[in-house]
Design a protein around this ligand. Structure first.
Ligand code: KIV
Length: 300
């Protein structure tokens, strides 16, 4: 009998999700489920559960590498995690998050770094943050044949400019700018757009106006899909939990319990038990002891 939960699919039965499938889902009114992934075992679970897309987010800088924010994350760190995720996935669309300073300096660098996500990281698309100021880079990357997901609203790589991790688009002027940026990103050729921490009614209006799917994070249910940081929903990152996160598990506590039990078992000589131990045949042991005794006698 299968031990899979009802929604889970076997990796062989699921069709590959492409950027075109993203668009078709929006046309059919089917909501897109996306999560972040940073390693092989989690990628296996996400894909088996039936997730549509996995974002190897630069949030890994905070939730996996322990940095204060996403700014220190490098291309090499991103590619290391992308490769691990790609090894575990058959069906989900794989999106690599371009880290701070990998696409801002010049369009040439932006194309080269986006290309590395596909050539060296096993990704199928990239995501980058920003609106009108990023149009040249976005057009150039798409011109090189690489699908781009945009990201507007709270863009964590601009945390210093925004004055903290704060909701965006809450005034008429900033809402108008965000709305215009969303249209510009669609016109530039983005296949999808993340809207992070923006008012739900603004996100709904943007989603209605665009033909490409919007993926919300803290942007309400009017978006065409949702994304969250996997470590947040599993309760694996306890430095802080954003208001828009629903926690589906408390793995931090589960891990703490498991590890304290292991320590207690080792200290109490309860682990390893007989079934965890390798043995050798008695006659081999006796021959060894015999040989050993003779060696000792010779040296006496
Ligand atoms: O880095 C990330 O995980 C992200 C998502 C939160 C959208 O950008």
């Amino acid at each position: 009998m299968s031990t899979l939960p009802p929604n889970a699919t076997t990796q062989t039965t699921r069709k590959k999700i492409t950027t075109l499938a993203f668009r078709l889902k929006k046309e059919r009114g089917e909501s897109i489920a996306m999560l972040t992934g940073y390693d092989y075992p989690t990628a296996l679970v996400l894909d088996q559960a039936g997730i549509d897309a996995i974002l190897v987010g630069d949030s890994l800088g905070m939730v996996v590498l322990g940095y204060e924010n996403t700014l220190p994350v490098t291309m090499d760190e991103m590619l290391h995690h992308c490769r691990a995720v790609a090894r575990g996935v058959r069906a989900a669309l794989l999106i690599g998050d371009m880290p701070f300073m990998s696409y801002q300096v010049s369009t040439e660098e932006a194309i080269r770094n986006a290309g590395r996500f596909l050539q060296q990281g096993g990704m199928e698309a990239v995501k980058l943050e920003g609106g009108r100021e990023r149009l040249n880079a976005i057009r150039a990357i798409i011109g090189a044949g690489i699908p781009v997901m945009g990201h507007l609203g709270l863009t964590p790589q601009s945390v210093n400019l925004l004055g903290g991790f704060r909701p965006q688009g809450r005034t008429a002027i900033t809402a108008e700018r965000l709305f215009e940026d969303a249209i510009l990103l669609e016109e530039a050729g983005c296949f999808s757009l993340v809207l992070e921490s923006v008012p739900a009614r603004l996100a709904r209006m943007v989603s209605k106006r665009l033909t490409i799917p919007t993926i919300g994070i803290g942007a309400g249910e009017g978006c065409d899909g949702q994304v969250l940081v996997t470590h947040d929903i599993l309760g694996l990152f306890d430095r802080f939990t954003p208001k828009f996160v629903r926690k589906y598990a408390d793995l931090h506590t589960e891990m703490l319990n498991a590890i304290t039990s292991y320590i207690a078992d080792v200290q109490g000589h309860i682990f390893p038990a007989k079934e965890h131990t390798v043995e050798m045949p008695d006659e081999e042991w006796e021959a060894f002891i015999h040989h050993f005794d003779r060696q000792i006698q010779r040296h006496e």
